[in-house]
Ligand binder design. Structure first.
Ligand code: SAH
Length: 278
């Protein structure tokens, strides 16, 4: 039995499928939750569709620093909370929508990548009272894409995205995924590599990676991409110093084919060829 019928999805010729229009808003007066991502930094990486959803929102719900990135609009209510209360925040957004409000839940980057879209669906599907509340997810640019573009094209071939945070999953799971992905010679983009309280994880990840990867493998430490203080550093895996990594960084670990080249202006680029040796 399929989970859904294709007939229930918007047809490719409907307005929802056209490039120039955002996904359809619900009938006026009906509440809805729209989960958006602001991109990794600044307005230039925020999509026009997300900009429109933010302008039309009656309520903004999200982690304080993310909501603070959205310009204040008169008449729009802002509900900010700490970053460890995702399901409460999702329930709050769904409750507001149940009462008829147009609610935008704010994430950074893409809302479906280690962000609020899953939390909203978790609550929306668990609680029968939310069954009829429309939920839309609008895509955003995720940090790995922005970081990769700043240093060249390290994600040009197969890659995997993993979070190093053991706050929501046990460390042994992270360790086994790191081992499997590095044994498969995938380029890795590692989100949430460290924080003020998670200090040993990068060193432990490095040990796992070195079991499968050459110590000369290029690593990009991408800090604050697109923001003031942006810094991208290229080091070898063997030389990666965990002390230089915090929650504002994303790590890209090269595969066996990832190249580091110096251009005519002395800039260093990291790129992974499209072809793979037979
Ligand atoms: N939903 C977000 C990810 C949230 S997890 C997205 O799609 O991008 C938070 C992690 O994302 C951070 O710890 C860091 O690893 C990464 N990150 C987000 N923005 C970043 C930026 N501007 N520069 C470097 N890393 C960033």
């Amino acid at each position: 039995m399929p989970y859904f019928s294709l007939a229930l999805l918007p047809s490719p010729t409907s307005a929802a499928a056209r490039d120039d229009l955002p996904a359809p808003a619900p009938v006026t007066g009906q509440g809805e939750v729209t989960v958006i991502g602001l991109g990794p930094a600044g307005p230039r990486w925020l999509t026009p569709e997300v900009g429109r959803a933010l302008r039309e929102a009656e309520h903004l719900v999200g982690y304080g620093p993310y909501v603070d990135r959205v310009p204040v609009r008169p008449g729009q209510e802002r509900h900010t909370s700490g970053n460890q209360v995702e399901t409460e925040r999702a329930a709050h957004a769904l409750d507001l929508a149940l009462g008829g409000a147009r609610v935008v839940v704010v994430s950074s980057g893409d809302p479906g990548v280690f962000a609020m879209a899953s939390a909203v669906y978790e609550v929306a599907t668990a609680e029968p009272r939310f069954a009829g509340v429309p939920v839309r997810v609008l895509p955003g640019l995720t940090a790995a894409q922005a970081a990769a573009s700043r240093i060249g094209a390290p994600l040009g071939h197969d890659f995997a995205i993993l979070s190093l945070s053991d706050r929501l999953k046990p460390w042994p799971v992270i360790e086994s995924r790191l081992a499997a992905a590095s044994a498969a010679d995938l380029v890795l983009a590692l989100y949430n590599p460290a924080s003020a309280s998670r200090r040993w994880q990068v060193g432990a990840a490095k040990d796992v990676l070195l079991r499968h990867r050459d110590p000369k493998t290029p690593v990009v430490v991408a800090r604050d991409v697109g923001r003031p203080g942006e810094k991208l550093t290229v080091v070898s895996l063997g030389d990666l110093d965990p002390e230089t990594v915090d929650m504002k960084c994303l790590l890209i670990i090269g595969s066996s084919t990832t190249q580091v080249s110096t251009r005519g202006d002395e800039s260093v680029v990291v790129w992974t060829p499209r072809t793979y040796p037979a």
